[in-house]
Design a binder for this molecule. Sequence first.
Ligand code: 2HG
Ligand code: ZN
Length: 470
Amino acid sequence: MNPRTLTEPREPATDARLLDALAEIVGQAHVLTDPELIEGYTRDWTGRWIGDAIAVIRPGNTSEVSAVLRACFDAGVPVTPQGGNTGLVGGGIASAGSVVLSTRRLETIESVDPIGRTIAAGAGVTVARADLAASAHGLRFGIDLASKESATLGGIVATNAGGTRMVRYGNTRAQILGIEAVLADGSVLSRWTPLVKDNVGYDIPGLLAGSEGTLAVITKVLMKLVTPATDTQVVLAGVRDVDQALHLCNRVRQSGLTVEAAEIMTDDGISLVCAHTDARRPFGAPSPMYTLIEVSSPRETEESLLEVLSDSADLIEDATVEPGPARKLWTLRESHTESISASSTTPVVKLDISVPLSVMGMFIESLRETLADRFPLVRPILFGHFADGNIHVNLLDAEPRVAHELTDTVFRLVAAHHGSISAEHGIGRAKSPWISLGRTEADIAAMQLIKSSWDPRGILNPGILLPEKV
Ligand code: 2HG
Ligand code: ZN
């Protein structure tokens, strides 16, 4: 069977037989078919991606995942792997006739090794739980996301998530040491070694990071842990534009301070957050943009930071400094996503992009001009992890009928500035039509070869990441 035959109508009896077989494997209670029960798995929280599924299957261990995949493989039924369903590009949203394989029950934390500084855990463990387990040993999990209470380890590996600490510790791919995953035919692949130096062959954990459920279902991960920063300080500074923020961040780095996080926000974004939460505006007079930079150093962090700030009057309009964790300052940044959703009259078009730091200012300027000119009714709110070149372009009040053209316009501008159409959220359904803006023909062909050799029947997340034909 080739991938296209998966979309051909199936006999209802085939689905019924499959569901019986799946119930034998995972138990009837973990085969959900009631539309009310499966709704939370078939649509994303932004309301932009609404899918369908014949059932949601909730296996409780690796052997069950293996048997579920084997049965779906034999029946030729597509499978959408799903973690916490916090994704923003529709990568975990199933198409009609598929089965959603939820990994949330794989929630065992097997071990934390405080000497090797690793955590071994099931794919369904949330980022928040992994971080808590690490904290019990004086360590931290290296990835931090606003959605950490629901986002799962399998999900962040499958999307190669970034987050607010990426500037310090790198993305999810950089944290993985070992992985256990089940292939489309049910075979279990385990590359499980805590060695940081181990150059035997292809980097399979690295390949599965960012594969968005198209190559295998991740069941277990072995990830690095990090030493928490002590004596952190957070500055929130009003700046004229992103270039000033970049210069400030550079000065902070040059002074010997370690940058733990570096975020940018606009005055429109801050106003939305203040309107939708009980946060207060940071300064009496507004600035066009605000940067939040968290720093650490072995000693005298505050003194060093204040010295940089007092030498940076040319870059800063106003500034406030608080010792970490500085929750009030962080709330101004972390409440962006929910305030944006609450304020938009239509599902928000979310375009997570990156551009080289040297052209970020120019990119933002031409983005604003182009949007004002071609889409005057759309409200753009920009924010993100600017020191990684990453801007979250959120487009509010965009009529669904213009979403495609709007996306196309933004992505072409990103490509013209040598940027990436996906910085940290993945490609999913939302961006697969534009993958050729980010990869060459030969590169896409190489990815398709990998896909077809790992998943010859094309049952894993069809239509996600790679378009069926390019
Ligand atoms: C964040 O950085 C997330 O808060 C979500 O990546 C970004 O809502 C968004 O566009
Ligand atoms: Zn982000």
